[in-house]
Design a protein around this ligand. Sequence first.
Ligand code: PLP
Length: 372
Amino acid sequence: MSAPVPFLDLRQPTAALRGQIDGAIARVLDRGLYLLGPELEAFESEFASWCGARHCAGVASGFSALQLIVRACGIGPGDEVIVPGNTHIATWLAVTSAGARPVPVDPDAATRVITAAGAESAITPRTRAVFAVHLYGMPCDLKGLSELCRGRGLRLLVDAAQSAGAEIDGSRNLCHGDAAAYSFYPTKNLGALGDGGAVVTDDPEIDGAVRLLRNYGMRHFADHPMRGVNARMEEIHAAVLREKLVLLDEWNARRAALARRYMGRLEGMPGVAGPEVPGWAGHAWHLFVVEVEDRDLIRRRLDAEGIGTAVHYPLPPHRTAALETVGPFPPLPITDRLSRRVLSLPMNPFLSDAQADRVMDALAGALGKVGG
Ligand SMILES: Cc1ncc(COP(=O)(O)O)c(C=O)c1O
């Protein structure tokens, strides 16, 4: 058997930048300032500019970013927030942790993200916001969704945890709605050496509220206008993220090239559906997700060939013990079907063309065997 193709090897991005990372950590150690210092300030301004947005506030994790935009928008008990059925549980938990109720809608079956029509069908007098999740790096149609939200007086919040680099009509900033939550979890397109996140917005009020909330609601010492939390990004993470941000465009371009290579091979391969990307959408290719019948069998066959895979996600939030009591929920047939069929193939900037071809050869072989 040829060499295995891991789903992801997080030593690779670190090795590619080892000198810069060592230097970034040394800067912080030598300065002796570990929180809310110059590395965070610089990262915020560099990431805002990379995103084409006015403001960025670094926070402790993607989940903190989600929670803080919900709080900054004043959403709380008695309010409803429309969420996709198929998302990481964090999107729903950000809503429930504010005391509000997540109201799920199915995504579009082809793009696997929610649409304005889907969101509209779930609006009630209690709806305060729509949470768009650019799942796998595929942007939702925020033009349609912002028109809907503006017309109904709703906030448009974005879970951008998986979509660093996504574009709508060639613009990164069109992907942000009223405010977007990024995650720098180590596996993400821009990954820290631990937890990290950011809120990106053009709205100075949301930015100001997030900055207070992340640090105990404290404006100055002994001046606490809001009940905040501790959700600060550490200087070491900010310093390392600054070094990685320099390479992010190059890394994302490599992801896009691999996605094109995969898509070319999927054309005409029976028994598998690849991602569908409309012309206006710039996919960030955080994950490359196909759909197959007998997903678990195909996964085992790929594993036997040394191909690492993952499933995002096998259990949708409405079926978890933690959240099933938040219902009743409407039927979510597309979400349920996706949870049985989705399979994430290796997708990262360090995958070679030869490895990508090996993944596709193994997939074709695994699918061929299922029928026979
Ligand atoms: C769609 C989505 N939302 C939210 C999160 C939470 O981010 P974090 O792990 O940084 O808290 C993640 C992933 O980890 C995610 O994939």
